[in-house]
Design a protein around this ligand. Structure first.
Ligand code: AMP
Ligand code: MG
Length: 267
């Protein structure tokens, strides 16, 4: 069910109590893959309508620990979607220019226009995650951001943007295995940086930062979903179910045709 992993507004999230294994919810990889492929076709069809309708907007946020599967999820879930109607923005450490503005400035600039589906690979949540853990800003500054984020997302929602936020939940052991895989495969070396090992040492601090961000910023208009992500096949299915469900609720329609089309003859 699409709501299985949704964090109810006001709930206190304890990630140690949430299993990163999808098997608790779906035990058959083959069946899951099949369902995933069917749902992916639905995304393609619904996104086509969203784009044609050119009225509503969808923003999809992905956050995770390093090697949590953000890139892989984006690659598999949005495969086949019309690239004209779908954009991905990846947020890295802010540039000097970006730092001369408020933290939401660069984010706001990437929010979806009418008809668009916009994917965020990392997001404004980094400003209460890495910024908090690495003390890149004083506590009162990042503390104020939970409310600022809620207000910002409310503004987007009130302006017709639907928002979904996914935390891809992996275990520390799974991260180790994925780091090792990146080290063993030269084609994956580019994905690994020594800084990732430093962040791994701060696992507990990141977990606490995620728990607070998710607890304080899961709202009715911009819910967080904690997705068990140790297994890609479950992760992809769970994310796709939520997106399809949301798109169905949005129910985008092809715009009405111009009158008289039935009389038109193409010479
Ligand atoms: P990757 O997603 O692996 O390409 O890494 C991007 C890096 O940018 C990560 O280490 C993030 O923590 C970092 N990053 C993203 N947003 C911010 C931010 N607002 N402040 C500081 N670092 C950030
Ligand atoms: Mg990385």
């Amino acid at each position: 069910m699409p709501d299985t992993h949704r964090i109810v507004p006001g709930a206190e999230v304890d990630l140690s109590k949430i299993s990163p294994e999808g098997k608790d919810y779906h035990s058959h990889k083959k069946a899951a893959r099949k369902e995933f492929k069917t749902l992916r076709r639905e995304i393609i069809e619904l996104q086509n309508r969203l784009y044609a309708e050119c009225r509503q907007r969808l923003l999809i946020v992905f956050q995770a620990m390093d090697a949590g599967g953000k890139d892989g999820t984006i690659r598999s879930v949005f495969r086949g979607v019309n690239p004209q109607g779908c954009r991905v923005a990846s947020f890295k450490a802010p540039t000097r220019d970006e730092l001369h503005h408020d933290f939401l400035w660069r984010i706001h600039a990437q929010t979806p226009a009418s008809g668009m589906m916009q994917v965020f690979n990392r997001s404004h949540y980094e400003d209460v995650l890495v910024v908090r853990v690495d003390k890149l800003a004083p506590e009162p500054v990042w503390r104020a951001r939970y409310e600022q984020i809620n207000q910002f997302e409310k503004l987007l929602a009130d302006s017709g943007t639907r928002i979904l936020k996914f935390y891809l939940h992996i275990s520390k052991d799974e991260q180790k295995a994925r780091f090792q895989e990146r080290l063993d495969d030269p084609a994956k070396h580019w994905k690994f940086s020594l800084g990732d090992l430093e962040k791994r040492k701060q696992w507990g601090e990141y977990r606490a930062a995620y728990e607070e961000a998710i607890s304080r910023c899961s709202t009715a208009y911009a819910p967080w979903y904690v997705i068990p992500a140790n297994q890609n096949w479950y992760r992809d299915l769970a994310v796709t179910r939520v997106i399809v469900d949301r798109l169905k609720q949005m129910n985008p329609q092809y715009p009405p045709e111009e009158p008289g089309l039935d009389l038109v003859e193409v010479e």
